[in-house]
Design a protein around this ligand. Structure first.
Ligand SMILES: [Zn+2]
Length: 285
């Protein structure tokens, strides 16, 4: 989706917030390498390229402008950026999230809401940046930050498997911004609702936008790439693969019914797609 899509009052635009590389085996879980390497080609360190793709939603009936997720950000040292081969939106003088939003034609100061699907570093890291004294601060201090309460709690006392993904300096500073901790599913803004899922991590939320007879779904890490739209293709990172499988099946069945546009946060090539059911099997169109 290069152009904007209009869903009733909302004008939706995909925003490129940079790239990172993650281990291909970890991204594809139990799928054999001989299979997944035909989907996304690994580099010489067995890593695959992944987008960090945000969604910008402009309301035609008010001043509200919503952003979903925030990318990696730039608080880490060079060794971290090299390990994940992070590349960020071009420019300097302001945090990468602001550069990405500006590149999409919007003044970052006009953002009223930031929905964080979950607080893993590649989704929430960009929501904070270091100030002149090296202290992590919210990048959009006036925006309301929406996060699931259970994800907030999990992120601040992570299990041992997820500890490297939940970094305190990405999370605690957000207390200084307006913060809405959500308790499960619901409509949070007119036509914008969240659905809590717990298989990837505890308290991730996917986002559903409905308007003008159309539906768009931002799937976050429920299906990070179009290859993960196969319900059994879960990630090594998922804390509960069988739960992911059930949640994905439920979500994609709804997406078939709704003919929803699906936004893929991490797919290196495809920003948006949709799914159909053929012989009882859900497949990407
Ligand atoms: Zn994640």
């Amino acid at each position: 989706m290069d152009m904007a899509v209009t869903l009733g009052r909302w004008r939706a635009k995909v925003v490129d917030a940079g790239r990172l590389f993650l281990d291909g085996g970890a991204m594809f879980g139990s799928v054999p390498r001989v299979v997944w390497e035909r989907c996304i080609e690994p580099d010489d360190q067995h890593r695959i390229p992944l987008a960090t793709r945000l969604l910008l939603l402009e309301d035609s009936e008010s001043d509200r402008i919503v952003v979903i997720d925030a990318g990696v950000g730039d608080k880490e040292e060079a060794s971290f950026r090299e390990r994940f081969a992070v590349s960020l939106p071009e420019g300097s003088g302001e945090p990468p999230l602001c550069r990405a939003i500006r590149e999409a034609g919007v003044d970052p100061a006009a953002i009223t809401d930031l929905i964080l699907t979950h607080l893993h570093f590649d989704h929430a890291g960009g929501a904070t940046a270091l100030d002149d004294s090296g202290v992590s601060q919210p990048v959009l201090p006036a925006a309301t930050h929406w996060v699931q309460a259970t994800n907030w709690e999990t992120a601040l006392s992570p299990n041992r498997r997820e500890r490297a993904s939940y970094l305190r300096y990405n999370i605690e500073p957000l207390e200084a911004a307006p913060l809405q901790k959500l308790d499960g599913d619901g409509e949070i803004l007119p036509g914008i609702s969240v659905e809590r899922v717990d298989g990837h991590t505890i308290g991730m939320q996917t986002v559903r936008i409905e308007g003008g007879g159309q539906v768009m779904r931002y799937l976050a890490d429920l299906a990070p790439t179009r290859h993960h739209l196969r319900v059994t293709w879960t990630m090594g990172y998922d804390i509960s693969p069988l739960t992911v499988l059930e949640e994905k099946e439920r979500m994609l069945s709804a997406a078939v019914e709704e003919e929803a546009v699906l936004v893929l946060e991490h797919d290196p090539v495809t920003a948006c797609t949709s799914v159909e059911e053929i012989d009882g099997k859900i497949v990407a169109k």
